[in-house]
Design a protein around this ligand. Structure first.
Ligand code: SAH
Length: 288
């Protein structure tokens, strides 16, 4: 059973709780979220979605991690682990590391030091509310801070959320692709609206099959949040378009598909460096 534990307070409190609980529940991959639940009164809430054994309760764990009395902790059982739909319904800002993905109506939520990505829920996937997007953003921040890539590909860009994050964080050019012409259009608009229209080039392409994708190869960093099946099929293409020591961040992979995807990429000579679980999804970091 999954339970949403939450505590309400001011924005500052909510951010402090978030910072406190994140490292505690990181290893189990629990999704954590800050949401503004009452705009008029500036009430914020920090929540963690924790796996709880049948008949058990983890309010104490949550209270200890946040440093609040257990009486302040609210709880709500999530049916069918469908926390995503829950979060999506609100479309409140989502934090992943330094990134804050938010809609236009939540510009106020952007704090100093945040790298804001403004996305309207629309025709293209990627509002930041999905664990796979959050997983990619988290690994992007870690990896780009470690070493700035020169050439970067965001394959399956959807709303361009990851490409915008990359361009804003690293200030480098990003090639973004999608199989879906509507997503390509939305991605272009979002990149421009986020002030990185000149850094993010968007092209329509199926996988790596595009003259533009070839021209801009090899890539120091390829990010692809697609699905396990196509990722496995494309493993040889990833290897072929990756620069020596280049890095690959993959998501859209269910926990149960983890080993199969890793095997397909290891078979192409890549090294598996890290797995970041969020809910039932995993995000992988591999290296050439
Ligand atoms: N990158 C965004 C969107 C991920 S959704 C995020 O992380 O939130 C996956 C996107 O990949 C969709 O927009 C879909 O149209 C696109 N896609 C699926 N298969 C693809 C393929 N083979 N080549 C390119 N894009 C693909």
């Amino acid at each position: 059973m999954q339970v949403r534990y939450y505590v309400k307070g001011t924005k500052l409190e909510a951010e402090a709780w978030y910072a406190a609980i994140e490292p505690v529940f990181e290893d189990e991959g629990a999704p954590i979220a800050i949401t503004e639940i009452d705009e008029a009164n500036a009430v914020f809430e920090t929540a963690a979605y924790l796996d709880v054994p049948e008949g058990g309760d983890r309010a104490g764990d949550f209270a200890r991690a946040a440093g609040v009395p257990v009486e302040r902790v609210g709880r709500e059982a999530i049916e069918n682990k469908d926390w995503m739909a829950e979060v999506l319904a609100g479309l409140k800002p989502v934090r992943a590391g330094r990134f804050l993905v938010h809609g236009a109506h939540d510009r106020d939520a952007v704090a100093e030091g945040d790298i804001a990505i403004e996305i309207e829920a629309g025709m293209a996937f990627g509002t930041g509310h999905h664990g796979t997007t959050a997983g990619c953003l988290t690994l992007i921040e870690e990896e780009v801070s470690r070493r700035l890539p020169r050439s970067t590909l965001d394959l399956g860009t959807g709303s361009a959320v990851l490409a915008i994050g990359l361009a804003k964080l690293g200030g480098m050019a990003v090639l973004a692709t999608d199989i879906d012409p509507v997503a390509v259009e939305v991605a272009r608009q979002n990149a421009a609206a986020n002030g990185v229209g000149t850094l993010v080039e968007v092209v329509e392409a199926v996988g790596f099959a595009s003259a533009r994708v070839e021209e801009r190869a090899p890539y120091d960093l390829i990010v692809a949040n697609v699905l396990a099946g196509p990722l496995k099929e494309m493993a040889p293409d990833f290897a072929r378009h990756l620069a020596p020591q280049g890095r690959v961040i993959l998501s859209g992979i269910l926990d149960s598909q983890h080993d199969g995807v890793v095997e397909a990429f290891v078979a192409e000579g890549l090294k598996h460096e890290k797995t970041l679980p969020i809910g039932e999804w995993v995000t992988l970091l591999l290296r050439g």
